[in-house]
Design a protein around this ligand. Structure first.
Ligand SMILES: [Zn+2]
Length: 238
């Protein structure tokens, strides 16, 4: 009973302001493996969602702006679009749609998936961003590049030192290549613990996203390193 009242009070004092969408691949060539399907949407689905949410009065904003809203800044109800891992179709298929509708987006790069060092889990079936495509996205004002670890490992299974290597290794690789600071992050599988939060804060990450948790809420500045997201599939947003 007390817990219920507590939750009700939290929801009342921290109203939902908007949604952070989690996407992976945007493609018409669907994977053969059924279990991978939640990680793919068609370009038609992406385009119709943007049109629908604009019609409903939502504003499309960057992750930097999401963090500001969580700290209390006012604004319309919003959507922020994020894409995990760094698939080539983010550039080839999704990017032209974001340009057409002037939609900001954030791409979280897993270093090992780009360099080819991470090969397990059938990742080799998917074409990843080339370094040239990564540079082009980084130069695009609508796009923010974030980190997504060296080898797409569940951080909660690692020691502190290993977590630091995974997170910082990817961050420094991106920073050396792109020539600027990377301060956005996504946890693989949305998995993090108290140590992960401390490590991210220590190395200067200012925004990090989980893979669950519903909408983004007002007056939650303590959640900018575990921002909730909603997974967008071909049929649902949940
Ligand atoms: Zn991922």
């Amino acid at each position: 009973m007390f817990r219920k009242i507590k939750r009700y009070w939290f929801q009342l004092t921290h109203p939902e302001m908007g949604e952070v969408w989690q996407l992976h691949r945007v493609t018409d060539e669907h994977s053969i493996q059924e279990r991978k399907r939640p990680y793919e949407i068609t370009p038609a689905r992406l385009e119709s969602l943007i049109v629908e949410y604009r019609r409903k009065g939502y504003e499309f904003i960057s992750m930097t702006e999401v963090a500001e809203r969580m700290k209390g800044k006012d604004g319309k109800k919003f959507v922020a679009v994020t894409l995990d891992d760094g698939y080539a179709n983010n550039y080839e298929v999704a990017y032209p749609i974001f340009q057409k509708y002037n939609v900001p987006f954030c791409v979280y790069i897993c270093r090992g998936m780009i360099t080819g060092e991470r090969k397990e889990d059938n990742i080799e079936h998917y074409k990843m961003l080339s370094i040239e495509q990564l540079y082009a996205l980084d130069k695009e004002p609508l796009c923010t590049i974030g980190g997504h670890t060296n080898s797409h490992v569940r951080l909660t299974t690692l020691s502190n030192e290993q977590q630091m290597q995974e997170v910082l290794g990817c961050k420094l690789w991106l920073e050396n290549m792109l020539g600027h600071i990377i301060d956005d992050y996504a946890y693989p599988y949305g998995a993090y613990n108290a140590e992960s939060l401390a490590i991210l804060a220590k190395i200067g990450i200012t925004r990090a996203v989980a893979s669950w948790g519903g909408g983004a809420r007002k007056n939650t500045p303590d959640r900018v390193l575990n921002i909730p997201r909603l997974l967008v599939t071909e049929d649902t947003i949940q």
